[in-house]
Design a protein around this ligand. Structure first.
Ligand SMILES: Nc1nc2c(ncn2[C@@H]2O[C@H](COP(=O)(O)OP(=O)(O)O)[C@@H](O)[C@H]2O)c(=O)[nH]1
Ligand SMILES: [Mg+2]
Length: 246
């Protein structure tokens, strides 16, 4: 499978590393492991997104959500939520979800968390007063991706404009204009609105990106439908209907 010019390289553990990304494929165990990072400014709702996903996913398809924080500053560290599902083609897909600490001073932690990321959900705060914090965080993400050797343009990304329930939020038309090249979803993460839509679109983009670069479908017999329906199956059927993309 490791043809001429391929960036696939076998590691000692028998896993395959695909270029700079960490997508790990263990053929013997038929396991694919990906790392997804929720990035964004402090208090935009990254932890809330993971908490909602945690609540939606069947308990036997997820591990414990680990939130490393302190009582007085819940955004100091990062969160971790591992989820897992099987596909019709017989693969186990393991997704490791992380959040970064948003505060400006935790740049080095953000860089470490971003290392080896395969996909990013950028969680912005929709309030006008947060525009500069969103912009700072986006540039910071770009710099941290570059310093980790990750191609900013190529990595699958979606944006979520959270806190739509608050006053003085940016109108969706304005967001649409500013974020033309990136799928953007409105959200009220505390009520769970927009959380699944953001995640599912990111998973779609992730599949397409791996497939484009590494013929994922052909090599592993894993179609996009397989991949996405695997994710749907681990969700609680009472989850709300999808919202429209902005
Ligand atoms: N009004 C409102 N508050 C939210 C929303 N999402 C999260 N929050 C609140 O914003 C604060 C920060 O959220 P958190 O998820 O900890 O942000 P993080 O720093 O990005 O991890 C918490 O008090 C959340 O309850 C939302 O959609 N609307
Ligand atoms: Mg947090």
């Amino acid at each position: 499978m490791n043809g001429p010019g391929s960036r696939l390289a076998a590691s000692r553990s028998g896993n395959l590393r695909l270029g700079h990304t960490m997508v790990q494929v263990n053929m013997a165990a038929r396991e694919i492991t990906v790392k997804v990072v929720y990035y964004g400014p402090a208090l935009s709702g990254k932890t809330t997104n993971l908490q909602q996903l945690h609540a939606w996913i069947n308990p036997d398809s997820r591990g414990k959500m680990v939130t490393l924080d302190t009582t007085d500053d819940r955004t100091l560290y990062f969160d971790f939520l591992p989820i897992q599902f099987g596909t019709a083609a017989g693969f186990a897909i393991k997704i490791k979800l992380f959040t970064v600490p948003g505060q400006v001073m935790h740049k080095s932690t953000r860089k470490v968390v971003l290392a080896g990321a395969d996909a990013i959900a950028f969680i912005a705060d929709s309030q006008r007063s947060s525009a500069s914090a969103n912009a700072y965080s986006w540039r910071d993400m770009e710099a941290n991706l570059k310093s980790n050797g990750i191609d900013f343009d190529a990595i699958p990304k979606v944006a979520q404009f959270n806190k739509r329930d608050l006053d003085d939020v940016k109108p969706l038309a304005e967001i649409k204009e500013q974020w033309k090249n990136i799928p953007a979803f409105p959200a009220v993460a505390i009520r769970g609105e927009g959380v699944l839509e953001t995640f599912q679109e990111l998973m779609r983009q992730l599949y397409r990106s791996i497939d484009e670069r590494h013929e994922f479908g052909a090599k592993f017999g894993l179609s996009e439908t397989d991949f996405l329906s695997g994710i749907f199956q681990i969700l609680d059927p009472d989850s709300p209907p999808p919202q429209e993309v902005v």
